[in-house]
Design a protein around this ligand. Structure first.
Ligand SMILES: [Zn+2]
Ligand SMILES: [Zn+2]
Length: 365
């Protein structure tokens, strides 16, 4: 079929809206009419050539839409179902067997190679190969093919346009707090970085009943927003020693810390701000080879923990509906971060994300 898609053709270049051909779904594939797709930092990183995803490629990995057609072997969803498309996984490795698909042993090829497993792509333009299947979807497009492993059925009681970001950025921040760190009622947490991931973590910590929630950033406007959605304190990293300020607020350090920046000096400080038995989660990607430095005695003697976290360690089939429930109850107002753009303005949406004008851009098809 003919579709419209935003194609990344050159490193750092603008995406171009083009008319492409999309193959029919194979037996294990699902055709989704895309309603809206969030713009995630990872799309920008790939557009900028920092990962070996081949071009020309259709990016986009926070798609929401309606199932239009399913392959012969698909039983999980049916035409008409409202769905979001999340990260892909293999379903057969030790992590997938253990219900930890975000640590799938095939995470990288399944999400970044932008081909099917057999090396083919579903997209083309007058015979030219266009890479598809980015994060099992390539949803910067009016239609996308995805898989049972990465499609999540959602309620039709909430506007579909809002829900795409739950599939990556929002579940990354909220899941880090709820699934990985397992923040408990009455505890304290410091969250470093107040982009859409960090702010999702702030909202999740608030929803889980944490009573000291410290947002850390250098952007005063974002810190003010963090306080609107649950932060009890905000610290401007540009204006003083954050670790000392956290000690002053808590007396002995925070029970949990979460770094969303991927900046190793910030991570070093996050670990130093932990109370005894505290845990620090790290979810941002730094440059390859970057090293985290720990004060060994401080780390060991307090029984402190440091953990890497991908996609909020979430099991999307259960976690995304849970986030929607929290949203419907008024406990997780992630919609406040979203600004909509028409599909034709996808490059403006990306630019506004990079400049920080918009916290979470979503393009409407
Ligand atoms: Zn797997
Ligand atoms: Zn993402």
């Amino acid at each position: 079929m003919k579709i419209q898609a935003a194609v990344a053709r050159t490193v750092h270049g603008p995406l171009t809206l083009e008319s492409l051909e999309l193959e029919d779904p194979r037996a294990d594939e699902i055709l989704v009419r895309v309603v809206a797709t969030g713009v995630c930092h990872t799309d920008i990183v790939v557009r900028d050539g920092m990962l070996p995803t081949p071009m020309p490629v259709v990016l986009g990995h926070e798609g929401s839409g309606v199932v239009e057609k399913v392959g012969a072997n698909v039983t999980k969803v049916a035409p008409g179902d409202h769905v979001v498309m999340t990260y892909n996984s293999c379903g057969g490795c030790p992590s997938c067997d253990d219900h930890a698909p975000s640590y799938c042993h095939e995470f990288f090829p399944r999400n970044f190679f932008a081909t099917r497993e057999d090396g083919t792509t579903a997209l083309s333009k007058e015979g030219e190969v266009i890479q598809s299947n980015f994060f099992g979807q390539s949803s910067f497009a009016t239609h996308a093919l995805c898989h049972e492993r990465n499609i999540v059925k959602v309620t039709d009681a909430v506007s579909l346009e809002l829900l795409g970001p739950l599939a990556c950025g929002v579940q990354t921040g909220a899941g880090a707090v709820i699934n990985a760190l397992q923040v408990k009622v009455g505890k304290s947490i410091a969250i470093f970085g107040t982009g859409s991931v960090g702010l999702s973590a702030v909202m999740a910590a608030h929803a889980m009943g944490a009573t000291t929630i410290i947002a850390v950033d250098m952007n005063a406007e974002r810190l003010a927003f963090a306080e609107q959605v649950g932060a009890t304190h905000s610290l401007n990293r540009a204006k003083g020693d954050v670790t000392a300020a956290i000690m002053e607020i808590t007396g002995y350090g925070v029970d949990y810390a979460l770094d969303t920046t991927g900046l190793t000096p910030v991570i070093n400080g996050a670990v130093l701000s932990l109370a005894p038995r505290g845990a620090c989660g790290v979810l941002g990607a730094s440059a390859p080879g970057s090293e985290i430095i720990l004060d060994e005695v401080h780390f060991m003697s307090g029984g402190r923990r440091l953990l890497g976290i991908v996609e909020g360690e979430s099991n999307p089939d259960s976690f995304i509906p849970q986030l929607i429930d929290l949203y419907q109850q008024g406990k997780f107002p992630f919609d406040k971060m979203i600004r909509f753009y028409p599909f034709e303005q996808i490059n403006e949406a990306i630019a506004d994300s990079e400049s920080g004008v918009t916290i979470k851009p979503v393009v409407r098809m």
